[in-house]
Design a protein around this ligand. Sequence first.
Ligand code: GCV
Length: 666
Amino acid sequence: MKTYADLWIGYKERKANRDCTQLGKFYLSGADKADKIVKNAVEELKTGLKAMLDVEPKIVFGEAAAPEEITNGKAILDSEEYRISLREDCVAIESKSGAGILYGVFDVLRTVACEKEIGKTYAAGKRVRPANPLRMLDHWDNMDGSIERGYSGESFFYVNNEIVINERTRDYARMIAAVGINGVVINNVNVKQAASYMITDRYFDKLTELGEIFAGYGIRLFLSLNYASTIEIGGLDSADPLDENVIAWWKDKMAEVFRRIPTLGGFLVKADSEGRPGPFTYGRTQVDGANMLADIVKEYNGIIIWRCFVYNCRQDWRDKKTDRARAGYDNFMPMDGDYHDNVILQIKNGPMDFQIREPISPLLGGLKKTNQMLEVQIAQEYTGHQIDVCYLIPEFKEILGFKTYCKESDDTVADIISGNTFENRYCGIAAVTNTGNDFNWTGNYLAGANLYGFGRLAFGTGLSSKEIAEEFVRMTISQDKEVVDQIVNILLPSREIYERYTSPLGIGWMVQPATHYGCSVDGYEYDRWGTYHRADHLGIGVDRTDKGTGYALQYNEPNASMYNDPEKCPDELVLFFHHLPYTHKLHSGKTVIQHIYDTHFEGYEEARQLAKEWYQLKGKIDDVIFENVSERFERQLINAREWCDQVNSYFFRKSGIPDEKGRQIW
Ligand code: GCV
């Protein structure tokens, strides 16, 4: 008996599709049947169909598929692309790669698990190509087993500075492959001392084993790298990227690392950021650092994913000219085009740090000659710690759909990171993951929808938030239509509700600094982190216009003009870009202060409503899931109430303007 939930790879009994004869036989073609991914795909298919429908399918392998079947008028299918069609006596899955076959198998299993009709789904043939080349999860797991910003237990990769490999490891690989993830970074970007030794003999055997397990599911293993490894473990006194001894050390080290861990995809690097070492220490540029490593790993097909989270974290709060929001662009734009081909810049979705609402980073669409990858966060660091329900897929859809105007056409963030706009080979999307060793992997069972949803969206950007939520509920909780609708209706508005009872109009922060959970309006106001709301008795917000820090001008037109003008700036971001009087009228017709009062009272009420809807599910769903989420809702309501009362009281006391509706403010 497993001690943890198997979520969407649980394959419980299903009623629909029992009379579908084609499910008795599968024709797999295009990929090598000896490929271990294909073998795993077949095993998964057999396990899933046996458990759900009591079917034991016969597997027939085609050699290379007949050209007319696989080409559909074009050249061969892209690797990872798959096609599913129904033949008279079987289901055919075709792909050029083992991974494509695996994704095709998971497509069929998902269809069965969601009780959608096989006949209808595949009658016309279904051809799917992943939207993004790289679809990654970044773990912030430390080797002592703790997880930075982890809200669902400890790491399942590390215990006491050792790498642990067990059944859970394999299930994790199955689970994330099922939603299309193809890369995992297993250690924290803040590479503490113990983790620096990951690239030494002490860990190679385990990493090789782990890399092989992942590879069997089409997933490449990546490591976070300590930029100063030359000093930390190499015995040198420098990490200068242009120093010959440093380069020579890395050459030897990388030769050893890739020989010992042949499946390794490359490295993720957090340099010159929040106290981490980097090239700036030696008067060098980010390009110098990234290219030095990239040139060395190139012969092993390695890639260097270089984070753009570089900013001054020792700011004087009195200084109104320095603007943390500007930092990514200021640091990385001037050298657009100088990064080598196997470098990807990984850019957080907003210019600050995963707040509930931020504008899109202007680097996305600013950079035109550099490989780019979007970084989002499903670990709910600022969005409720997996205590509060906050389904993030609607936010990710907004981010992906943002028009950057990097070309005359309407290119969106999704177009850029998929490689469509600038024809990059290395690009994609990564999420800081929300997993841990809790029985249900994500603490709050409903936070599983973010893990599931991130993968599905990374693979198929066109899917809607609702479709994804429905799939998650059907695959893991219930087939009952009423139950499904009820849970989907809890998930869908939850992000906006969270926003309403927390930080308004794009301000962000206002959290308890020690944990990032719970309200503290001035928590970051007089601190060094560059995260201010600048509220006084007359108004609130940060002037990032041409008269202020100039951040708004980092966008391409017409976005720059839109953000620069308080009359054109969308309400939800207006205080991110402007310092405005409390009496300023928003597009909604409300004043800023009334908006703050209304959204906070309403947000709290809406959270109560969500909880009520959840409590109605008692007896209709598994007790363990019911209790797990109910307990979280109790804590969410306490949190929401605190936010509501503290924010409203704070701004009433600052502004002296009463609530038009006369509700109680403390
Ligand atoms: C891993 C924020 C978080 C840190 C995190 C950092 C980053 O500052 O609070 O925990 O460090 O972002 O993304 O590197």
